[in-house]
Design a protein around this ligand. Structure first.
Ligand code: 5GP
Ligand code: MG
Ligand code: MG
Length: 183
């Protein structure tokens, strides 16, 4: 769906469908160059990264494998605590594999920093991260992210896989959610 289909729910479009597509293509060119000739496994983090995975994978002009993980942060409230529980693990044994984690957004970085350490401990040859969005103001832990699409302001965004209460994932663009929706 488009912003016009949910009139008033989005206060500002941060990235249009076309801007997202251009960025995904740019990331794909870099990934192809960096991983040429390698047997790359891309790992999508459910559910937010579904759109990025689908578009990035189809944009890559090389053989890849795809797998998925689902994780949830323990902790009260809306802040991620850094203590992570695996809801769905990989189906792939990644010992010796070249792995690229694909994420929608890095907020505090706590989830990804845990995931990175977890996958690296399984004996992968390499584990790197590709995230479409990052909120620079919110980063609490330094993580080494190889590919970043856009840095965005520290506001709650939805669309292109990103939800509020499981809605808005099917919005084609990425925008700032209007306060009236959650207040
Ligand atoms: P953190 O980096 O804080 O550990 O957690 C990142 C996760 O929180 C993301 O994968 C995403 O699911 C969620 N998240 C963080 N910021 C936003 C946002 O602005 N909008 C939405 N919809 N989810 C967000
Ligand atoms: Mg995510
Ligand atoms: Mg969510």
């Amino acid at each position: 769906m488009d912003v016009s289909d949910i009139e008033g729910d989005i206060t500002e479009v941060l990235l249009t469908e076309q801007q997202i597509a251009e960025k995904i293509a740019e990331l794909a060119r870099r990934i192809e160059a960096d991983y040429a000739g390698q047997n790359l496994l891309i790992v999508g983090v459910l559910r937010g990264a579904v759109m990025v995975m689908a578009d990035l994978a189809r944009e890559l002009r090389m053989h890849i494998e795809m797998d998925w993980m689902a994780v949830s942060s323990y902790g009260s409230g809306t802040q991620s605590s850094g203590v992570v529980r695996i809801l769905k693990d990989l189906d792939t044994d990644i010992a010796g594999r070249t792995v690229l984690i694909v994420e929608d957004i890095i907020d505090s970085g706590l989830t990804l920093s845990w995931l990175l350490a977890n996958l690296r401990s399984r004996g992968a040859e390499s584990v790197e991260i590709c995230a479409l969005l990052r909120k620079p103001d919110a980063v609490k832990v330094e993580i080494d992210v190889k590919y970043i699409g856009h840095d965005i302001p520290n506001q709650f965004v939805v669309g292109y896989g990103l939800d509020y209460a499981e809605r808005y994932r099917n919005l084609k663009s990425i925008g700032i959610l209007a306060p009236h929706v959650y207040s």
